[in-house]
Design a protein around this ligand. Structure first.
Ligand SMILES: [Zn+2]
Length: 184
């Protein structure tokens, strides 16, 4: 059942895998995440790489699948809660990573608003993976406030440079970004 859902989710997401508001490296990362081609311990194990454990390298509470690492690991989840709350949106808990990356989860809005929210979700996902790698390979501590600030700064920087003919305002970006969901 889960397998079927993820296959149909992948087929649906292939149509919306482009987002001109983020750097190319994010599009590539997102594509790999949807295909389950990022090297979490579970994915390495499936490909026959001999690991002593497939448990999450951060929390050890579950196996290190793509969904666990990018959403349900407590380190990622606390960050998602903050990001959703920052945009005045509901709960992240019922979503899969494919649903998050598709970016359809903020209710009705304009095409541009939807694209902006999808970009936020892609930036957050990308930074979660980067922070996971910094912690695993360099022993860097994981700070939710620092990661959250990084999502706010990087998303502003990347999106504002790519929004043709529109401007984002830094203070409203920080304090009430939901106004951008209705941007046309
Ligand atoms: Zn974990």
């Amino acid at each position: 059942m889960l397998e079927e859902q993820s296959i149909s989710g992948t087929a649906a997401i292939n149509e919306t895998m482009r987002n001109s508001l983020v750097p190319k490296k994010l599009e590539i990362f997102v594509w790999r995440a949807v295909q389950r081609r990022i090297p979490t311990r579970m994915e390495l194990d499936k490909r026959g790489i001999d690991l002593h454990s497939t448990r999450c390298t951060l929390c050890d509470d579950d196996h290190e699948s793509v969904d666990h690492t990018l959403i349900f690991c407590k380190y990622a989840f606390d960050l998602w809660v903050r990001v959703f709350s920052w945009w005045g949106l509901g709960n992240v808990s019922d979503l899969s990573i494919n649903e998050i990356l598709r970016g359809n989860n903020s209710g009705s809005m304009t095409t541009l608003g939807k694209k902006i929210w999808q970009a936020i979700e892609w930036v957050c996902t990308y930074l979660i993976w980067n922070n996971r790698n910094y912690k695993v390979f360099r022993g860097k501590s994981w700070s939710i406030p620092v990661a959250f600030n990084e999502v706010q700064v990087k998303s502003f920087e990347w999106i504002s440079h790519r929004l043709k003919g529109k401007k984002l305002d830094w203070l409203s970006w920080l304090n009430d970004p939901s106004v951008y969901l209705s941007l046309t």
